[in-house]
Design a protein around this ligand. Structure first.
Ligand code: SF4
Length: 364
C-alpha cells in the first residue's frame, strides 16, 4: 500500500483545498495532518494565544417534539421529568452563574410546541432585566425553524424580532452532519441540511454572528464530514457571519441510536476533524477544541492541531450530562491545561473579544 502524501500546502492568497485534496488530507497520518493544521494556524495568528469563555448553558425546556435518535435529553410533555422554566426561574439561574463569573449564557431548549415567540421574548426580557451585563447567546437554527413554523411566519421575521431585543449572536446547534442522507437516519424530523444553512445565512443577513457546529461519530462517512465543512465554507464566503467552528462527538449512552452505534468515536477522530476544519475553513477565524467535548487530553491535542479556542468553562450543562458525560472544571484548571499545552490562556467574551489580555508570547 502506498502512503498517502500531503497535498501541497496552498501558498497563494485565495488558493484553497478542494474536495479531492480534502480527502487526501483526511487520509494522512495524524502527525502530518496536525503539523499542516498547526502551520495554517500560525499563518492566521502570529501568537500562541488560546481563548476561553466563562459561560453557562441552562436549558429552558426539555420537552421536544423532534425526538432525535442521538439525543438523551428530550422528554415528551407528559413525562414525569418534563419541565419548562418560567422566565424568572431561568433568569435567576443565569444571575447565579453571573455571580460566579459567567460572562455569556448559551441558551437552548427542546422544540416545545407549547412555547411561542412571546415566550422567547419573555425569557430574553427576564434575563436582560435581572442580569443586564451578561451576553445572551440564545436559540439555535433548528429552534428558530421550529418556532417560525409554529408561528406560521418566515424565519427572517422571527430573527428580526429577536435581534430587535438586542440579541446579536446565535449558537449553531442542530447542525449535526449537514448531509440529508445522514440526517434522515439520525434525526428525520429535524430541519434539513439546506434549511440549517439557510437559517444561519439569513441570521447573518439580519446582523447576527453565529457559530457553526458538527456532531460526528455516528453514521457519517469521512466524505460527509468533508461535505459539511465545504458547505459551511460556501456560506461563509457569502456572509462572513460565522464566528467559529465547534465540533463534538456523539455520546451514545441512553440514546436510541446506541442500538446502532454503541461506542463514542476515538479521540483522535476529534483531532482529525479539528485539523481538517482549520485547513478547509480558511475563511473561519476561530476553531474550537474543548476540554469538555471529549477529554482534557483530546482538547489539548486539538490545540496542537490548529484550534485557537478552548471553549467554555460551562458552569451549567445538562444535555450531554443525560448521556453520562458529566464533567466540570474551573478557571484555574482551564488556564493550567492551556499553559501545559504550550499556549497563553486568555479570557474572551461571547463576541471573541479578549478580556484583559496579557501580552501574547510569539514566535515559539
Ligand atoms: S437534539 Fe434538540 S431537537 Fe433533537 S431531540 Fe434533543 S432537544 Fe430535541
Amino acid at each position: 500500500m502506498t502512503k498517502p502524501s500531503a497535498p501541497e500546502f496552498p501558498r497563494r492568497i485565495g488558493e484553497r483545498y478542494d474536495r479531492e485534496q480534502a480527502e487526501a488530507l483526511w487520509g494522512l497520518p495524524i502527525g502530518e495532518l496536525m503539523q499542516l493544521a498547526h502551520r495554517a494556524r500560525r499563518q492566521r495568528f502570529d501568537n500562541y494565544r488560546v481563548t476561553f469563555v466563562i459561560d453557562t448553558n441552562p436549558n429552558y425546556t426539555n420537552i421536544c417534539d423532534t425526538r432525535c435518535s442521538f439525543c438523551a435529553f428530550w422528554r415528551s410533555a407528559d413525562h414525569q421529568e418534563a419541565y419548562t422554566l418560567t422566565p424568572q426561574a431561568l433568569a435567576d439561574r443565569v444571575e447565579n452563574a453571573h455571580r460566579r463569573g459567567a460572562t455569556t449564557v448559551l441558551l437552548q431548549g427542546g422544540n416545545n410546541p407549547a412555547l411561542g415567540l412571546g415566550d422567547w421574548l419573555a425569557y430574553i426580557e427576564a434575563i436582560q432585566t435581572t442580569c443586564p451585563d451578561i451576553h445572551l447567546h440564545p436559540f439555535s437554527p433548528s429552534e428558530y425553524a421550529f418556532l417560525a413554523r409554529r408561528e406560521n411566519r418566515p424565519v427572517r421575521e422571527v430573527l428580526i424580532a429577536v435581534h430587535q431585543t438586542g440579541v446579536t449572536t446565535m449558537p449553531g446547534g442542530g447542525a449535526e452532519i449537514l448531509v440529508d442522507r445522514v440526517r434522515g437516519e439520525i434525526s428525520p424530523d429535524k430541519i434539513s441540511a439546506s434549511q440549517w444553512l439557510e437559517v444561519s445565512e439569513t441570521a447573518h443577513q439580519v446582523g447576527f454572528r453565529t457559530t457553526a457546529t458538527m456532531m460526528y461519530g455516528h453514521l457519517e462517512r469521512p466524505q460527509d464530514i468533508i461535505d459539511h465543512l465545504l458547505r459551511l465554507r460556501d456560506v461563509q464566503d457569502r456572509t462572513g457571519g460565522f464566528s467559529s467552528f465547534i465540533p463534538w462527538s456523539f455520546k451514545p449512552n441512553h440514546t436510541k441510536l446506541s442500538g446502532r452505534v454503541d461506542q463514542p468515536a476515538h479521540p483522535l477522530i476529534y483531532v482529525r476533524v479539528i485539523a481538517l476544519a482549520r485547513l478547509l475553513l480558511d475563511n473561519f477565524e476561530h476553531i474550537q477544541s474543548s476540554w469538555f467535548s471529549e477529554s482534557i487530553e483530546a482538547g489539548q491535542l486539538g490545540l496542537l492541531a490548529g484550534a485557537d479556542d478552548f471553549g467554555g468553562i460551562l458552569l451549567e450543562e445538562n444535555v450531554l450530562k443525560t448521556t453520562g458525560h458529566n464533567r466540570s472544571t474551573n478557571l484555574q484548571t482551564v488556564q493550567t491545561i492551556i499553559q501545559r499545552t504550550g499556549f497563553v490562556p486568555t479570557q474572551r467574551d461571547g463576541y471573541y473579544q479578549l478580556i484583559n489580555p496579557e501580552p501574547p508570547r510569539t514566535g515559539v
